[in-house]
Write a protein that binds this ligand. Structure first.
Ligand code: FES
Length: 121
């Protein structure tokens, strides 16, 4: 079991009611500019992007045909799906090419060289 999953389980056990949870995603140094990393956490596929130093996280499956968006390029705040060019705004998760096809955006926190994903339940 990966460390962040172990940490998560401990946190769930130790709280009666979890409202907000932050989960260790990856080290900042693992994510150089222009790169992305995706992982499955709590049954959600999430990609974290480094768009020229700006770190953002959102769901990593395209709403069109579930193409993996971690393979897509993030340029100037926009992720473009490699399969059919649907575009998503990294700041909001909003689909810029089709209505009502937005992706869930996740807040992140950077602390002690780690990128954390903030889940609100
Ligand atoms: S699968 Fe992403 S645009 Fe078609």
């Amino acid at each position: 079991m990966v460390n962040y999953q172990r940490d998560l389980i401990r946190r769930f056990i130790s709280y009666d009611k979890v409202v907000v949870q932050k989960i260790k995603f990856c080290k900042v140094e693992e994510l150089p500019a222009g790169k992305s990393i995706d992982k499955k956490i709590l049954a959600r596929k999430i990609a974290v992007y480094n768009d020229n130093g700006k770190i953002s996280a959102m769901e990593s499956e395209c709403k069109h045909m579930k193409a993996p968006l971690n393979m897509a390029e993030a340029i100037e705040g926009v992720v473009t799906c490699n399969w059919h060019d649907w575009k998503y705004d990294l700041k909001s998760g909003k689909c810029l090419t089709h209505e009502n096809m937005d992706l869930k955006k996740f807040e992140i926190e950077i602390s002690d060289g780690w990128i954390y994903i903030i889940f609100d339940f």
